[in-house]
Write a protein that binds this ligand. Structure first.
Ligand SMILES: Cc1cc2nc3c(=O)[nH]c(=O)nc-3n(C[C@H](O)[C@H](O)[C@H](O)COP(=O)(O)O)c2cc1C
Length: 293
């Protein structure tokens, strides 16, 4: 019961799309989403009872046959049987596949967990803007005065979780964050929508505010501070001349450089397939092992 198929990916692990790789995937989750849940459930139930009948009534305990049937019942290996020597190629493929599925508005969303120095954790959703397979890192952008940034500046250990629900995949990345260079942050900021740029100037992220009106006033104040007339902004918003807005100094990016990556694919009976890759603080050599679900 293997759901084999092909897809093409143009995800470039270190920058804008410029390379094409053809991958073969024999992961069950995609098959799962294509098959109606009830018919899959029926198949699994009838297979289990067929196995039970053979064992109980015919005394057929042929280990290989049973093993093969139980393997089929689980839906086949979600991760490659022989684990890849590093996890980012596979993570990039999953990420790319999730973007192409377009089943959720933000397929690049991930939960970012940070912690205070004395070990009090907090978590929130941020967007992954780049996967750097060459560095084994995940890139996101934020306000350097936010709660998460304060926590990261005092304790750079962090973790992110992607849940590609439609594909039946979860990816966990743990490591240490580094700030991106000003050049990298400027380049990404320049690509943002105009209102998002103004928002980055206007919002003191994570600080209290009295009302939405106060926030709107802060946007207007930001326009004045940047010497941009509100009329020009409105014109730009409806397709007029774009306005150059510089990156605020309190806004930029982090890369989470992975020391541990866990990839998880769903399988029947909660008997999922999981593996972890770890590498030492200053090393590039990953070790991999499969984990029980
Ligand atoms: C789908 C989604 C995407 C988000 N993307 C970002 C992001 O890329 N960067 C960011 O700073 N906040 C993002 N947020 C808002 C954060 O979840 C959070 O509210 C904000 O960063 C403040 O968190 P903090 O007070 O813990 O620092 C996003 C929220 C959602 C629901």
């Amino acid at each position: 019961m293997e759901f084999g198929f092909y897809w093409r990916t143009t995800y470039n692990r270190s920058g804008p799309p410029n390379s094409e790789i053809t991958q073969r995937c024999s992961s069950t989750p995609f098959g799962q989403s294509a098959a109606p849940a009830c018919s899959l459930g029926c198949m699994v139930r009838s297979l289990s009872s067929a196995i039970a009948a053979r064992v109980v009534t015919r005394g057929d305990t042929s280990a290989m046959s049973l093993l093969a049937q139980v393997m089929a019942m689980l839906g086949g290996p979600g991760l490659p049987e022989r684990l890849p020597s590093e996890p980012f190629q596979l993570l990039c493929e999953w990420f790319d596949h999730a973007q192409r599925l377009k089943t959720v508005p933000n397929p690049n969303a991930m939960v970012l967990a940070t912690s205070t120095l004395d070990g009090r954790p907090s978590a929130r959703v941020v967007l992954c803007k780049e996967l750097r397979a060459d560095l084994g890192a995940v890139v996101f952008y934020t306000n350097f005065e936010s709660r998460k940034a304060h926590e990261l500046e005092s304790n750079p250990h962090a973790a992110v979780v992607f849940h590609f629900d439609s594909s039946g995949h979860q990816a966990r990345v743990e490591g240490v964050v580094e700030r991106l260079s000003d050049e990298d942050a400027n380049a990404y900021f320049a690509s943002r929508a105009m209102l998002s740029k103004l928002g980055a100037w206007a919002s003191r992220q994570s600080q209290p505010i009295g009302s939405r009106v106060e926030l709107a006033q802060r946007v207007i104040d930001a326009m004045h501070a940047l010497r941009i007339s509100p009329m020009t902004v409105l014109a730009a918003a409806v397709g007029g001349e774009p306005i150059a807005i510089p990156r605020p100094p309190h806004w930029g990016g982090y890369r989470l450089v992975a020391r541990r990556v866990e990839l998880w694919t769903s399988a029947h009976g909660r008997l999922h397939d999981r593996a972890e890759w770890t590498r030492p603080a200053n090393g590039n050599l990953w070790s991999a092992q499969r984990l029980q679900p």
